[in-house]
Design a binder for this molecule. Structure first.
Ligand code: CA
Length: 235
């Protein structure tokens, strides 16, 4: 049945991209909605509440980065940016504004769908062995069942990937996780762009944890290896 896997909002003005991608999404069981401008994207996102947004940066009435910023004002929907080759600054800016991942043009529909599935699968993931229990370390409390987190009693506003990253770190508190392990567990696949994606998400998370990278309370950098979340006795 069409749409059984969820609704994907495709924000892109080029029909050469939207047509084959929409067809491929529908063939995979998604409902696909297309918006060709910043204004339309925000209107459709509010009314349709999609399960995932594929977001082009170059739009006729503005930048996809504006869409990303606005979306994050009212929604934690997963966002995957569609970016031009060489536009590193856009990718970093998008990740800092709360996008979850990106693909680089030119891409195949197959590649985009693999990424869409990976992002949605990770978001819906239930860990085996009763790992839906609340995890509390220091002033931080994470509830995987409700997908919510609190810092010093205040609710944290985390994106899907920030939440997954925090959960992965907290589940291994006290031990070092390598960059590769984190990328594999949180983004589901090992690929070239993820190192930057990981770094931007770690900095974003540190900001929200009010963690000073030079004297962190929670996320410690293990130089040349990866990251370690403070054990219960340290935080
Ligand atoms: Ca475009």
């Amino acid at each position: 049945m069409a749409g059984e896997r969820g609704t994907v909002l495709l924000v892109e003005d080029e029909e050469a991209i939207t047509e084959p991608l929409s067809e491929a999404l529908v063939a995979e069981g998604f409902r696909a909605e297309v918006a060709g401008t910043v204004a339309e994207a925000l209107r459709v996102a509010r009314s349709l509440e999609p399960d995932l947004v594929l977001l082009d940066i170059g739009l006729p009435d503005g930048s996809g980065l504006d869409v990303c910023r606005e979306l994050r004002g009212f929604s934690q929907v997963p966002i995957i940016m569609l970016t031009a080759r060489g536009s590193e600054a856009d990718r970093v800016a998008g990740l800092e504004l709360g996008a979850d991942d990106y693909v680089v043009k030119p891409f195949s529909a197959r590649e985009v769908i693999a990424r869409v599935r990976a992002v949605l699968r990770r978001g819906a993931r239930q860990l085996p062995g009763g790992a839906t229990e609340t995890i509390a370390i220091g002033g931080l409390e994470l509830d995987p069942g409700k997908h919510s987190a609190e810092l010093d009693g205040e609710p944290m506003d985390l994106t899907l990937k920030e939440f997954d990253l925090l959960r992965t770190l907290m589940e291994s508190a006290g031990s070092v996780l390598t960059r590769e392990e984190l990328i594999d567990r949180v983004w589901d696949m090992n690929w070239f762009g993820s190192t930057k994606t990981l770094d931007v998400h770690v900095s974003g998370l540190r900001r929200k944890l009010r963690d000073d990278p030079r004297a962190p309370r929670y996320i410690h950098t293990v130089r040349g290896v990866g990251f370690r979340f403070s054990g219960p006795d340290e935080a």
